[in-house]
Design a protein around this ligand. Structure first.
Ligand SMILES: NC(=O)c1ccc[n+]([C@@H]2O[C@H](COP(=O)([O-])OP(=O)(O)OC[C@H]3O[C@@H](n4cnc5c(N)ncnc54)[C@H](OP(=O)(O)O)[C@@H]3O)[C@@H](O)[C@H]2O)c1
Length: 307
């Protein structure tokens, strides 16, 4: 079974393709033939050892947090049968999706709607989950809320713009000036070009989704109304200034609960989240895929590898 593997933290060149024994399934586990695995900034940061303040991976490590494919075998009498189209997630500290075959607890797998291909599924799921947890679960965003989404042209930010617009919020998004038309077409009512303009001109925001951290985080505190929520994903470290600004700080913890993935797939089926595939590479080019993602070379869509 071919799999992408790294045995130590480092640059993309620590990645290799190896032949591994077929994964064995324990009780309650299904075996999935992978058709597509996404490559996200988090996969690259985990490989580089930049997320060790949160977790350690166990070596040898197969990268790839999300994958899609079809069931090969599943626990008898359970929800899945061989041939079922599925989507699955793996924890960063676990063995990942960038392999021909993956064993996962059946409870961590969800059925993929027939109309959603594996490449599109792998591309859309992560950003959509982050947007859902960030805006719905942690942000409590509803109709009329004034929401600021950072990185509106990125995978997470673009999904958050789509979701915020669907929820009836007034969405303001930051993005590069060359992406403003794209981000408005996703549903943002206003854009702030981070390479030309400053969010400091905003005020009275109810919820910020911070995908950046650092200085962007600090400026976000200042544009919120008192009592507003600053929801953040883990990115650059930041100083917590929430108390001084009278705002509530919340982490959008991405734990891939199946009910969240189901909710997200429902929103994909409803056309709220549009899958955007930036680039598809064969699994053999996993190191190149990581290089592209790390360099930010692929815009407006996820990089996906296909075993
Ligand atoms: N579990 C978690 O906590 C979690 C989960 C998901 C993501 N994240 C983190 O969230 C971040 C975004 O993830 P992603 O997958 O959406 O990445 P992505 O697809 O690479 O998107 C990042 C976007 O941010 C834009 N950007 C760069 N500098 C900016 C700035 N100063 N202000 C506003 N936007 C800026 C980029 O524009 P250009 O491409 O034009 O530079 C790009 O469109 C990453 O740091 C990722 O590690 C954390």
């Amino acid at each position: 079974v071919k799999a992408a593997i790294y045995r130590r933290y480092g640059g993309p060149d620590v990645l290799a393709i190896e032949d591994l024994p077929e994964p064995s399934t324990g009780p309650g586990e299904a075996l999935v033939r992978v058709a597509a695995a996404s490559v996200a900034p988090g996969d690259c940061k985990a490989r580089a050892g930049l997320l060790r303040r949160f977790f350690e991976v166990s070596f040898p490590k197969v990268p790839g947090r999300y994958g899609a494919g079809t069931v090969v075998s599943a626990p008898a009498g359970g929800a899945f049968a061989p041939g079922d189209p599925v989507l699955f997630s793996t924890g960063h500290e676990e063995s990942g999706a960038a392999a021909e075959l993956v064993a996962r607890p059946a409870a961590r797998i969800v059925r993929r709607p027939a109309g959603l291909g594996p490449i599109e599924a792998a591309a859309v799921v992560h950003g959509a989950i982050c947007a859902y947890v960030g805006l719905v679960e942690q942000g409590g965003v509803g109709r009329g809320a004034r929401v600021l989404v950072h990185g509106g042209a990125g995978a997470v930010g673009s999904a958050a713009v789509e979701l915020g617009a669907h929820l009836g919020a007034h969405v303001v998004a930051t993005c590069r000036s060359t992406d403003e038309a794209f981000v408005r077409a996703l549903g943002a009512q206003e854009t702030v070009a981070f390479d030309r303009d400053d969010v400091a001109r905003l005020h009275g925001i109810d919820v910020v989704l911070d995908t950046m951290g650092g200085e962007v985080h600090a400026r976000s505190c200042r544009v919120l109304r008192r009592g507003g929520r600053l929801v953040y994903l883990n990115a650059e470290p930041f100083a917590d200034e929430s108390a001084g600004h009278g705002v509530e700080l919340r982490n959008a913890k991405i734990d891939d609960r199946p009910e969240v993935i189901e909710a997200v797939l429902g929103l994909v089926a409803a056309g709220v989240f549009q899958p955007r595939v930036g680039r598809v590479l064969p699994l053999a080019q996993i190191a190149e895929a990581h290089r592209l993602v790390e360099a930010g070379a692929v815009k407006r869509g996820r990089v996906v590898v296909t075993p």
